[in-house]
Design a protein around this ligand. Structure first.
Ligand code: PCA
Length: 140
């Protein structure tokens, strides 16, 4: 549909993770993997998942492909601090849906390594870490 965006979510926006409620109103299309390897790590004070824009390093990251109405995109960008100098950046990358034979282009949120204060993990292929603290629970 013209007024939806494909978004590849790999972290706390996935089903059963703390920010998933931001996906209310979006439609799950498929489970998917990135066509190219990228580092996926957990980092920072709040154990946040970060996809790092270093193509070729890391794994073919697993996540979920969602059809997101255009009107929801500003709220996702706000959650991911796209407006901040050290926030995430949204980029279109090829992803392969499970069972599909051709990749599609989907938005994913990346964070530059230089903007990640501390990295707690190696390169992951599937975010399942449960240590993330949502903004509302940070007590600050
Ligand atoms: N939320 C976005 C980027 C990282 C995060 O926790 C996602 O789930 O894809």
């Amino acid at each position: 549909m013209a007024d939806t965006h494909l978004v590849f979510v790999y972290g706390t926006l996935k089903r059963s993770f703390p920010n998933h409620h931001y996906m209310t109103g979006a439609r799950l299309s498929a489970e998917a993997r990135t066509v190219d390897p990228y580092p996926l790590v957990v980092g920072g004070t709040w154990f946040t998942p970060y996809l790092i824009p270093e193509k070729g390093n890391g794994h073919h990251v697993k996540g979920e492909l969602w059809e997101v109405p255009e009107a929801m995109m500003p709220a996702l960008d706000e959650l991911e601090s796209v407006h901040l100098p050290n926030g995430y950046r949204r980029a279109l990358i090829p992803v392969l849906a499970a069972g599909a034979d051709a990749p599609v282009e989907a938005w994913a949120y990346f964070r530059k390594r230089e903007h990640i204060a501390i990295i707690h993990t190696g390169n992951l292929d599937d975010y399942q870490d449960r240590r993330y603290t949502a903004a509302a629970d940070r007590g600050i």
